[in-house]
Design a protein around this ligand. Structure first.
Ligand SMILES: [Zn+2]
Length: 164
């Protein structure tokens, strides 16, 4: 099953002023050459994944690969997929647009946490073979993420920067 973290842009997103921000993880020249799929220009997804796994899941997520998704030519117009988790293959992909200096690391953590949560919270059947993936249990646990409201606010205020 593939889960998406999708946000719609139906509501006009407010544009906010660009703020200068220091990089959370300045890269060393050695690391730059590795070019691993979990290592972006600004953020290393593996490091964030391991921290979240310890902090929120007691290290329960095993054998997962976490990587930046492929860059696309065009930015989407109506909706934006921040992350996906492919349960069978245990692959979590994060949209490469999040690997930018204006993205706070705590927002990236939140996106990754959301995908990781899908791997531990079972979905619920709806009618006609459909499934609810964002169950009450899922939403409750999601809100327990430290800085949840700050992350949701940031998402709302900055969505326009990811769309055309
Ligand atoms: Zn989701």
């Amino acid at each position: 099953m593939l889960f998406h973290f999708v946000v719609n842009s139906r509501k006009p997103a407010r544009r906010t002023k660009r703020t200068k921000r220091k990089l959370a993880h300045p890269k060393l020249p050695m690391q730059r050459q590795l070019n691993l799929r979990h290592e972006g220009k600004h953020f290393d997804l593996r490091v964030i994944f391991e921290q979240l796994n310890e902090r929120y899941f007691r290290g329960r997520l095993r054998g997962y690969e976490v990587m930046w998704g492929r860059r696309r030519k065009h930015r989407p117009r109506d909706y934006f997929i921040f992350g996906t988790i492919q349960e069978q293959d245990r692959v979590i992909r994060i949209h490469p647009s999040l690997d930018q200096p204006f993205v706070p690391i705590w927002f990236l953590r939140y996106v990754l946490y959301h995908e990781m949560l899908h791997s531990v919270v079972p979905d619920e059947p709806l009618s006609r073979g459909r499934r609810r993936v964002h169950t009450e249990e899922f939403n409750r646990l999601e809100r327990s993420f430290r800085g949840y409201h700050r992350a949701r606010r940031w998402e709302e205020e900055n969505l326009a920067r990811f769309l055309r």
